[in-house]
Design a binder for this molecule. Structure first.
Ligand SMILES: [Mg+2]
Ligand SMILES: [Zn+2]
Ligand SMILES: [Zn+2]
Length: 971
């Protein structure tokens, strides 16, 4: 038995090839895996010293069987060194920053010291050391020759992924031809007589016989001579000489770099020597990391890593054979490149510019890097998050008959998901019944656990018999039943209310059902959204969920301190219809409205008309309000709502009263009454509103968005006026008389003025349209009450769609100087730059349609970009904040007990406990009044408490013994 160890720290670095050999259980030399009898071949890829996966076999390294043996690394001796793809950028940096001759960093000692200090400083300040390293490499690269050995330095070219060249400018092989050519007279210029060798000699200072030797190709001019010739003849006599650096060259180069120099580049020479980035030994992962699968037909299917290793060993062998046979250099280089390719793709098979290694089927192989990277990789897929038991996922659909605390769970989910009950004398009969029902009848059981720990599956066959055996001390995994608490979640989970606890209601069919009032916190709709459910497995978690996570506890959002659960959409249209004109209802009608609420008795009628006694809409609504509620606020419809002692006296109940996102009444009930009262209120408002909207009938059609021909003419006139004004603007601009606005160019000023004019035109079109809509127009009702849509939407449908914009400007892109081929170049008119004068109802012209599609597409792209960005931001935030925790002393600390905040949120205040009324940020008086009322039974006690009284200030009575003894000793 091993004892647990505490880790002091982890160092990351490169591994020494010697260490690879040390930890290796065996050298792997053959590409074959199993012999004809199906036994693993010695020194093959499945060598039993590398670990075992077949149940019968014993590991030859640790002696354990499959399951206990952790597996052991092997190694392959590479025939030639190859570059590790993971380090290509670092290799490039080192090649550029060090001397090709002596291996020293091409910086002076003083510069090195400077960078060392800067590196230390960056570390102290917690800055990214990479910026310092990059600067050091940049400076080292500038050195034309080595400051230590004076060797001229060549530039390094990196051809991805793993090829490096030294680039040097050398004398072109055709230097004599180039010079001779340049000395010829220019054919097009009669005055030009060319340059004689004598003249060239005079100009360059090179003796005439040397010039002749150069022209004859017998002498290669040195650097100085070359430069003089280039200057005199204005030619380039050099060509780039690309010298390929083989991995072995790079390895030799890196071996020379002194430890002290690479430290300047941020490499810890103790743990990582740069030459180790060029591999001479390849570790072979244990068999347990690449298990083979036996197919149904008895055939073995090997892991992708094994396939890759087979390739490497084959090429490695061919390389060695060819080299021993003295094969030509070209063949050796080809094989070397092939070996490099296989080792590269073994590490990472998704390198740009390199074709991925593929299976025979054409599927790219999943090699080392692919196992780790990305969403399904080891880190994000297997360690940070995993699939869990006792969870279910399906499509959601609405059910207004459920409470907002409930969730409808399909019966087939309820009988798959279980909750464990510990059988006691009190639960015995119940438990027996569940088991007797079996796994297929609904409130049944799937498993039982005997007191000795054996788990038995309940089947249709054994359930009756098993039920008789159940006794205290057993455990029964029963199906979910009505009233069980479960956790419900919709992704993306962007705030606390994305995961809430609901009570189960088992239902037929296959979808989860929820009350529509919980759509806002989940941001759910029913266009195919899916949600997850988790059945809680311990009594503690269920209790916690019920107290802390239940939907009704989440009515107030910690984001803005007001309710996020409340009436939405049709609920709001419903309450608007019920309360705006305060309609009359007969007794039957009133009771019908209230049928889905707990109210079963009507108050005294409000009056009598020709049909008999009547009740008004506001009276009906008042029945849902708690007694004693006093409120006054402005509704979104524009009137003032007055509620006194739970009676709704005046105003329209709409979004501002009962809506999600800060409906006053809901908000006040949660804060002044209780979550439970608020839950009842929201449920009943939703139910009442649904009855009300059904009572009146509510629908929209295309005719609801049409305006009379007179209005159409007015809209056309308004737009024509705007066009006229724009023409004037353009004329002034063309005449050069347009005055620019402060800080703007004339062009910008014109654009702004045109936009302004068109904006006004659209607004006035909207006003004209608005004037012609009746107050009971359903679209108007929805817009005014805040149920859905806006007057702008209506304007666009009935009046004029307006200016289309891309990047906040009129549409300017397209052809040269114009947006479409249909317009004259430089046409600045509204029409040519995406103003849509028609309404949606009237229909857009093809050109308008095209501009509209441009504007619309920008919107779609923006949304797509935003969601992916916010998703990534969320991931980073979660990772950064995951270890912060509020401790019992109220501080927020990280895992090493460092205080991040002394009080949560730096003020210790919960947004949901703070009054959201605009007049008082915190309703201090209201709170003290409520506290005092609750604390004292009568006014005289309260008075006594509130009247300040002088407290006795005799210190000696309060001085404790310790203090007094200290005082004495002072004497
Ligand atoms: Mg959706
Ligand atoms: Zn083993
Ligand atoms: Zn040097």
């Amino acid at each position: 038995m091993q004892t647990p160890k505490q880790l002091g720290g982890i160092d990351f670095g490169l591994m020494d090839p010697e260490t690879y050999r040390d930890i290796s259980a065996t050298k792997v030399i053959t590409a074959d895996t199993y012999d004809d009898d199906g036994y693993p071949i010695d020194m093959g890829l499945m060598d039993p010293r590398l670990g075992v996966i077949d149940p019968g076999l014993e590991c030859r390294t640790c002696g354990q069987h499959s399951g206990s043996c952790p597996g052991h690394f092997g190694h392959i001796e590479l025939a030639a060194p190859v570059i590790h793809v993971g380090f290509t950028t670092l290799i490039r940096r080192l090649l550029r920053a060090t001397c090709r001759e002596c291996g020293r960093l091409t910086l002076t000692e003083m510069e090195m010291e400077e960078y060392r200090e800067e590196l230390d400083r960056a570390e102290d300040l917690g800055k990214d050391p990479d910026t310092v390293l990059k600067a050091a490499v940049r400076q080292a690269r500038k050195a034309g020759s080595c400051p230590h050995c004076a060797e001229p330095q060549a530039d390094i070219k990196h051809e991805k992924p793993t090829t490096y060249y030294e680039v040097q400018n050398v004398l072109s092989g055709e230097y004599s031809e180039i010079i001779a050519e340049a000395m010829q007279p220019d054919e097009d210029d009669e005055d030009d007589e060319g340059m004689s060798p004598q003249a060239l000699s005079d100009e360059t200072g090179i003796p005439l016989d040397r010039i002749n030797q150069i022209l004859g190709g017998e002498f290669r001019p040195r650097d100085d001579g070359r430069r003089a010739l280039e200057k005199a003849l204005d030619v380039d006599l050099t060509e780039e000489d690309m010298n390929k650096l083989m991995p072995s060259d790079i390895r030799d180069w890196f071996e020379q770099i002194p430890d002290s120099d690479i430290e300047v580049l941020g490499i810890d020479a103790e743990g990582s020597r740069p030459e180790w980035m060029i591999m001479t030994v390849l570790p072979v992962p244990p068999v347990t990391a690449r298990p083979s699968i036996t197919l149904d037909n008895g055939q073995r299917s090997e892991d992708d890593l094994t396939h890759k290793l087979v390739d490497i060993i084959r090429i490695n062998q061919r390389f060695m054979e060819n080299r021993e046979a003295g094969a030509p250099q070209l063949i050796i280089e080809d094989l070397w490149e092939l070996l490099q390719y296989h080792v590269t793709t073994f590490v990472d098979n998704e390198i740009s510019g390199t074709p991925p290694a593929r299976h025979r089927s054409g599927r790219p192989l999943k090699t080392l890097s692919q196992r780790l990277k990305g969403k399904e990789g080891r880190f994000r897929g297997s360690l940070s998050g995993k699939r869990v038991n006792f969870s279910a996922r399906t499509v959601i659909s609405p059910d207004p008959t459920l409470s907002l605390n409930e969730v409808g769970v399909p019966d087939r989910v309820a009988s798959e998901m279980t909750i464990t009950i510990n059988v006691t004398d009190r639960t015995l009969e119940e438990a027996k019944q569940y088991v007797a029902n079996g796994p297929e009848t609904h409130p049944g059981a799937n498993y039982v656990k005997r007191p000795d720990g054996r788990r038995l599956k309940v089947t249709e066959k054994n359930c009756e018999e098993l039920a008789t055996k159940i006794d205290a001390g057993w455990e029964v995994n029963r199906h979910l039943i009505d009233g069980d608490i479960v956790i419900f979640n919709r992704q993306p989970s962007l705030h606390r209310m994305s995961i809430m606890a609901h009570e189960v209601v088992v239902m037929p069919y296959k979808t989860f059902r929820l009350n529509t009032t919980v759509c806002p916190p989940y941001n759910a709709d029913f266009d195919g959204d899916e949600m997850n459910m988790h059945a809680l497995q311990t009594e503690e978690s269920r209790a916690e969920a019920r107290v802390l996570m239940r939907v009704q506890e989440q009515i107030l959002s910690p984001r803005f301190g007001e309710n996020i659960i409340g009436a939405i959409q049709d609920h709001i249209s419903g309450t608007y219809l019920l309360t705006h004109d305060n309609p009359h209802f007969t007794e039957t009608q009133a009771l019908d409205l209230l049928r889905a609420t707990q109210v079963d008795e009507l108050p005294e009628p409000d009056g009598e008309d020709e049909t008999g006694p009547y009740w008004t809409g506001r009276t009906v609504f008042s029945l849902l309000l708690p007694d004693g509620l006093d409120l006054e606020f402005d509704s979104s419809a524009g009137d003032t709502v007055i509620i006194e002692d739970g009676h709704h006296l005046q105003g329209t109940i709409d979004e501002d009263a009962v809506g999600a996102f800060g409906g006053e009444i809901v908000d006040t009930i949660v804060k002044q009454y209780s979550e439970t009262r608020a839950r009842v209120f929201i449920n009943e408002v939703a139910a009442l509103a649904m009855r009300a909207i059904m009572h009146f009938g509510f629908s929209i059609g295309i005719d609801d968005e049409s305006i009379p021909p007179v209005a159409d003419e007015q809209v056309d006139e308004a737009i024509d006026n705007a066009y006229g004004r724009i023409d004037e603007l353009i004329e002034t601009y063309r005449a050069g008389d347009l005055e620019s606005l402060p800080g703007r160019t004339v062009d910008e000023t014109l654009e702004m003025k045109i936009m302004q004019t068109l904006g006004k035109a659209r607004d006035s079109a909207g006003e004209i349209a608005e004037d012609h809509f009746a107050d009971d127009n359903p679209a108007v009702v929805m817009a005014r009450s805040g149920a859905r849509g806006s007057m702008l939407n209506l304007t666009q449908m009935a009046g004029c769609v307006g200016q289309q914009a891309v990047r906040g400007e009129r549409i300017n892109r397209g052809y040269e100087d114009r947006t479409l081929a249909h317009y004259e170049p430089n046409d600045l008119s509204a029409e040519a730059h995406g103003f849509v004068e028609n309404s949606y109802r009237g229909g857009l012209t093809p050109r308008e349609f095209f501009f509209h599609a441009m504007g619309g597409r920008e919107g779609l792209v923006d949304t797509a970009v935003r969601t992916s960005k916010s998703g990534y931001l969320q991931r980073r935030l979660i990772n950064a904040l995951s270890e912060l925790e509020v401790q019992y002393d109220g501080t927020v600390r990280d895992t090493s007990d460092r205080v991040v905040q002394f009080e949560f949120g730096e003020d210790g205040t919960s947004p949901v406990k703070v009054s959201s009324s605009e007049d008082f940020e915190v309703d201090v008086e209201g709170i003290t009044d409520r506290v005092l009322d609750a604390e004292f039974d009568n006014d005289s006690e309260k008075e006594a408490f509130l009247t300040p009284s002088e407290s006795p200030t005799n210190l000696s009575e309060h001085t404790d013994t310790a203090l007094s003894s200290e005082v004495e000793s002072d004497d």
